[in-house]
Design a protein around this ligand. Structure first.
Ligand code: COA
Length: 417
């Protein structure tokens, strides 16, 4: 048995943020019924295609373990089918542009009339306020949520990160809200509205930067490299380069081969408790008792000198050798892994975090499996559905339409060919 077995999700999501949420629920055993526009489907099916006429990796990697029904929610028969889906399902998840579902006739009030136990979960770019009506994509959320202004290097452009914290990050937040609402429904018997705004999700992940905004009003941020470099602080939290976000200074340092390999680097954290081991490893045992270096406070204005000496050592080793030497000494380091290395990493395959999936029209491809492991509810990654692959199956098995009725629904054009 899977954790969410028996839970039916009416999945009205598209692009990335919503689909990451419903994919997680599907991995935990929910029956996710993806509703797509007849003949069109989720726009990502056709975006960034690497093989002509085949569902893109963008789509396949975000829609595992789901069933697909083609259904026009704006057409009369389609609306009737949709109403039956609302009455049958436990959760409706959507990330349309603001107002789209209301225009289709499925406002929260209407949903409650149809099914008071329904949990209706939405992702929007912004919460209520001046930008509530905006359409939003990943990088807009990264900028509006505080990530871009605090990412990059001092004096250079604000920078977005490759981690999809606006889309996949908010999908995660929404999944957490849905499961919590399902838990409350156990006691209350009632559904409820769950909303997650992308700006809010990004800001939640940037919590430490709002912490620093308040600290900066009381004095310089001494753990930021610019403090030791005598670059004055402004009024807002600056970009911190590769400084670590915590109180333990860390940086990205060159490793052997950096001249030709763009990923031959390590992250190196000068954890206070490991300082003596660090001094021994890098050949600076005298720093253990040197008043300029012996304490974390003394080191703060000298981070460039300190990391320079550490880099003189790391550059003589590969990033993996640095890891092998430092780990037993409790010195926290991490190799900068390329996607090529991650794709080939056997330990990630062994845990199901990287999986090979077979697809009828694309063949084999790699995907990221469920990063959350439940001991009693293992996740098996099943390929994404073709457009409308399960239309008839859902009409008959989930919605109990007769063969005759299904023929009529097809004839109306509400569910595609
Ligand atoms: N049947 C009938 N109509 C359907 C349908 C179906 N099965 N599925 C979608 N549609 C319609 C919608 O009702 C909408 O129609 P309307 O504008 O006439 O009311 C239309 O398709 C387009 O929906 P929309 O959400 O506006 O798509 P878009 O491509 O213009 O915008 C986003 C895409 C992502 C910008 C927008 O959906 C958005 O801002 N979503 C919220 C934030 C978000 O999740 N962003 C991140 C995405 S990764």
């Amino acid at each position: 048995m899977k954790a969410l077995e028996g839970i039916k999700i009416l999945d009205f999501t598209h692009v990335q943020s919503g689909p990451t949420c419903t994919q997680l629920l599907a991995w935990f055993g929910a029956d996710v019924i993806k509703v797509e526009r007849p003949g069109v489907g989720d726009a990502t099916r056709g975006q960034l295609r690497d093989i002509p006429d085949v569902d893109s990796l963008y789509f396949t990697m975000l829609n595992h373990n789901k069933r697909s029904i083609e259904l026009n929610g704006k057409e009369e028969t389609g609306k009737t089918v949709l109403e039956r889906l609302v009455k049958t399902c436990d959760v409706l998840v959507e990330n349309f542009a603001p107002g789209a579902l209301d225009r289709m006739g499925f406002s929260w009030e209407r949903i409650q009339e149809l099914n008071p136990r329904m949990i209706m979960a939405s992702i929007k770019g912004f919460g209520p306020g001046p930008y509530a009506d905006c359409k939003v994509y990943e990088n807009v959320a990264q900028c509006a949520g505080g990530a871009a202004s605090t990412t990059g290097f001092v004096g250079e452009l604000p920078t977005v990160t490759g981690a999809q914290i606006g889309d996949s990050g908010t999908g995660l937040h929404l999944a957490f809200g849905i499961v919590t609402a399902l838990f409350q429904r156990e006691k209350s018997g009632k559904g409820q509205r769950v909303t997650a705004a992308m700006q809010d999700g990004v800001l939640n992940l940037c919590r430490v930067k709002l912490r620093d905004q308040q600290r900066i009003e009381r004095g310089p941020l001494t753990e930021y490299s610019q403090y030791g470099e005598d670059i004055p602080f402004g009024e807002a939290v600056p970009r911190a380069g590769n400084d670590s976000g915590g109180g333990q200074p860390g940086r990205i340092l060159k490793c052997k081969g950096w001249e030709t390999d763009p990923d031959s680097y390590t992250y190196f954290i000068t954890q206070a408790a490991a300082w003596k081991n660090i001094c021994d490893v890098i050949g600076k045992p005298e720093w253990k008792d040197d008043p300029d270096f012996a304490t974390p406070k003394a080191r703060l204005p000298r981070l460039n000198e300190m990391f320079g000496a550490i880099e003189d050592w790391t550059v003589t080793k590969t990033k993996f050798e640095v890891m092998e030497i430092c780990n037993p000494l409790n010195i926290p380091v991490g190799p900068i892994l390329s996607m090529k290395e991650i794709a080939a990493e056997q330990s990630l395959r062994d845990t199901g975090t990287v999986v090979e999936v077979d697809h009828p029209t694309r063949g084999k491809y790699l995907s990221v499996g469920n990063p959350v492991k439940l001991s009693d509810s293992p996740s098996e990654v099943l390929r994404s559905p073709l457009l409308g692959e399960h239309t008839d199956e859902i009409l008959s098995d989930v919605l109990n339409y007769s063969d005759e009725e299904i023929k009529e629904i097809h004839a109306s054009g509400a569910v595609g060919k």
